[in-house]
Design a protein around this ligand. Structure first.
Ligand SMILES: [Zn+2]
Ligand SMILES: [Zn+2]
Length: 154
């Protein structure tokens, strides 16, 4: 092979995957480098309201894995969410123009940032939940496979 422009990471011989993401209008763009620490569905009331859907579907990363594209900061607003049943204060970042929820940062895990899966540019099979929080509120019609179901939080 003569591909000298390969951008594979040399750490441990593993390729580091870079995933792009953006809000709906594209004013806020980011990249995520490497794999998520954990990918979760959350059925808590706060995630329902914040996502506008029946559950949240998010991946948690180390802060250092997330890079905002230049100029994106000015589009991002933050809501300090004190409603979570877990007692954590969650900083919910969203695009001030189109309203897409982008990131969550919990006061309980200040070293991590959680990324909303729907704003990541994913192909089928790239994202799968491993754990589900607040299953006491999980809809009865919803069946998932291969997740660890937790009644509330860990
Ligand atoms: Zn936007
Ligand atoms: Zn939640």
């Amino acid at each position: 092979m003569t591909d000298t422009n390969s951008s594979k990471s040399s750490s441990g011989g593993k390729e580091t995957q870079v995933t792009t993401g953006s809000c709906l209008c594209g004013n806020a763009k980011y990249t995520v480098t490497g794999a998520a620490l954990i990918q979760v569905l959350c059925h808590c009331l706060s995630c329902k309201k914040a996502s506008g859907s029946v559950f949240g579907a998010n991946g948690m990363y180390k802060k250092t894995q997330i890079n905002l594209q230049p100029g994106s900061e000015k589009s991002i607003n933050v809501f300090e969410d004190k409603t979570p049943e877990s007692g954590a204060i969650v900083s919910r970042s969203f695009c001030g123009n189109c309203g897409s929820p982008l990131f969550l940062a919990s006061s309980k895990h200040p070293e991590n940032v959680t990324v909303t899966s729907g704003t990541m540019d994913l192909e089928d099979g790239m994202w799968k939940p491993k754990m589900e929080f607040y299953c006491k509120r999980k809809p009865s019609w919803m069946n998932t496979e291969g997740t660890r179901e937790i009644p509330s939080m860990l």
